[in-house]
Ligand binder design. Structure first.
Ligand SMILES: [Zn+2]
Length: 362
């Protein structure tokens, strides 16, 4: 849809050469020769991200990236278990304990057992597994299946924030937001823990989401994705990188250092050409700190600040108010002379095209 290279700002430098006069063309480090880039991203397709945050961004002419859970929308492929009948898996669990040979299948299936709150076992087994507590993850799945077999209710106070009934966006809505310049990108079909899905279910989460985005919005929007819970699980990343060119979770580029949300390192200490610096403005982060991230971008020339928002105005995980967003985005706008505010996909494409472009004229 858009060729970023067309918009590359070019600085012409005449360099002295002892043999011939050489004109070298250099592509700016950041578009329009800015000092750094900021991408404003929202996860989970929470309604107020579109109805509250989007108008604030539109008024400032800022474009966001929305990582949406496609299974929430009417007309999309829905969450489902792909495999043998779940009843068979449940019956088998009475005889065979959970181990490495059946864990992924069981962890994939339990969320679709039809029992209220059973998704708790999927997500918590996923968290245990990813933190290296493999035996505990197996034991939790055994516990969950025992409850399924014996009809013991599954008690969980977990708030499944990504399946909120008030998130009523439609594909028509997303198409309109895309027309405004926002990037709609994949956050999988159901927001599963990809690290504990077996292959057919892992592929379904990634491929069906991509197919629906392609069908309703077009190829341009199948570029970026975020695998849920910010996972960096090696196996999940291998699958996801084959399906989506850019993952906010992790990029393959050696010239890009990534400091993810939990990383306390100062991006100024990184020596690489680019640093993708992810920050999550959760409730415990005050406005002064949020603004200091923007200031940090202006004292280095290699920082790409990627902001990860979730809830807005009381809806969704760790919500920030519309007033806070307005104050924050206006702060960025005031410094826009030096900041390139663009979608995750646009910044990724610019950096990649710059790194691969050869522009040399003799
Ligand atoms: Zn999410």
């Amino acid at each position: 849809m858009k060729n970023t290279l067309n918009r590359l700002f070019i600085i012409l430098l005449l360099s002295n050469c002892t043999k011939t006069s050489e004109l070298t063309t250099e592509i700016c480090k950041w578009q329009d020769d800015k000092k750094s880039a900021i991408s404003i991203t929202y996860d989970d397709g929470i309604i107020n991200q579109f109805t509250v945050a989007r108008p604030i961004m539109n008024a400032l002419d800022f474009k966001a990236t929305y990582f949406v859970i496609t299974g929430k929308l009417n007309g999309s492929g829905k969450g489902k278990f792909i495999g043998r009948p779940i009843s068979e898996i449940i019956a088998e669990s009475a005889k065979i304990k959970t181990d490495s040979t059946n864990f992924f299948e069981r962890a994939s299936a339990i969320g679709f057992s039809g029992v209220a709150n059973s998704i708790y076992y999927h997500t918590h087994a996923g968290s245990l597994f990813e933190s290296g507590k493999i035996k505990e993850a197996y034991a939790l799945i055994d516990d969950g299946y025992e409850k399924l077999r014996t009809g013991v209710p599954i008690i969980s106070d977990e708030v499944i924030f990504h399946d909120n009934a008030i998130d009523t966006s439609t594909w028509d809505d997303y198409r309109n937001y895309a027309k405004e310049g926002h990037e709609i990108a994949s956050h999988t079909v159901t927001h599963a823990k990809l690290a504990v899905l077996d292959e057919p279910n892992l592929l379904y989460e990634l491929e069906q989401s991509k197919a629906d985005i392609k069908h309703y919005l077009g190829d341009y929007y199948t570029f970026s994705a975020e695998c849920p819970y910010g996972t960096e699980n090696e196996r999940a990343m291998q699958y996801a990188h084959k399906i989506y060119p850019a993952l906010r979770n992790r990029m393959p580029e050696t010239w890009l250092t990534e400091l993810n949300r939990g990383n306390k390192e100062n991006p100024g200490n990184a020596n690489s050409e680019y640093v993708q610096w992810q920050r999550g403005p959760v409730n415990s982060i005050n406005m002064a700190t949020m603004k200091s991230w923007v200031d940090t971008c202006l004292v280095h020339d290699n920082v790409w600040l990627v902001l990860v928002f979730h809830g807005v105005d009381g809806v969704g995980w760790e919500p920030r108010t519309g007033a806070e967003l307005k104050e924050y985005f206006e702060y960025m706008k005031a410094k826009e002379k030096d900041l390139w505010v663009a979608t995750f996909g646009e910044v990724t494409k610019y950096l990649r095209e710059r790194k691969t472009a050869q522009m040399r004229y003799f």
